[in-house]
Write a protein that binds this ligand. Structure first.
Ligand SMILES: Nc1nc2c(c(=O)[nH]1)N[C@H]1C(S)=C(S)[C@@H](COP(=O)(O)O)O[C@H]1N2
Ligand SMILES: [Mo]
Length: 206
């Protein structure tokens, strides 16, 4: 029996219902990978790349590219959700979890409850530390097994897939612990402070 003779709608319907459970309200699935950047794509050389971890005014530590590559590598397959309403299913990323990053700095428990992510080009976004540890957040360096394209945040970006994608800061350079929550680039321009796609926390007041 060929594909045309399968009783009408059976297979597509099942597929749609599986997708429906995986796609947050108001989102639609896309197969391509849109690029959303508030500014130009920086061209970053790996030799010059450094990630800094900051507490108050002082530097807790920095990782250069080799340092990051030598940490335990984790690969995940996850769905990502952009506030502009596209979701992409089963994206595959490799990098270092925040648990492993903090372990490598001798940080056994978060120093402060919030982090501001600072990027090349000045973009910022705030994330509670609780949303980064426990395997929830990563610094990723590979997409689909290959170095992340510059437009998608290469060489390294934040990945926090359970929150809207604006929290997944591209071209990450600095992580700054904060005692009190502060708003980042989009959060101070009308976006929701937290951004849970399942609760449709798109804009302030949602
Ligand atoms: N540095 C930086 N990171 C950023 C952005 C940005 O403009 N600058 N845009 C954010 C937004 S709004 C989204 S939806 C995602 C888009 O990631 P993509 O371009 O890889 O799809 O990156 C986020 N991270
Ligand atoms: Mo976005």
């Amino acid at each position: 029996m060929d594909e045309d003779h399968i009783s009408h709608g059976f297979r597509p319907k099942r597929r749609n219902e599986t997708q429906k459970e995986r796609v947050p309200p108001g989102q639609h699935v896309t197969v391509d990978f849109p690029i959303l950047s508030a500014g130009p794509t920086p061209q970053i050389k790996i030799e010059n790349w450094k990630l800094a971890l900051q507490l108050g005014g002082s530097l807790v530590r920095t990782w250069n590219w080799q340092d990051l590559e030598s940490l335990p590598q984790t690969t995940i397959k996850t769905d990502i959700h952009c506030v502009t309403k596209w979701s992409k299913l089963d994206t595959s990323w490799q990098g270092v979890t925040f648990d492993d990053l903090f372990d490598s700095s001798g940080i056994s428990r978060p120093l402060e409850p919030y982090i501001m992510a600072h990027c090349d080009g000045g973009y910022t976004t705030n994330v509670p530390v609780a949303d980064l540890v426990g395997g929830k957040g990563m610094i990723v360096t590979r997409y689909d097994g290959l170095p992340i394209a510059p437009a998608h945040g290469g060489p390294a970006r934040l990945l926090v897939p359970h929150l809207y994608l604006w929290k997944s800061a591209k071209w990450i350079r600095r992580l700054r612990f904060m005692t009190a929550d502060e708003r980042g680039f989009w959060e101070s321009r009308g976006y929701h402070n937290y951004g849970d796609p399942w609760k449709e926390q798109r804009y302030d007041g949602d």
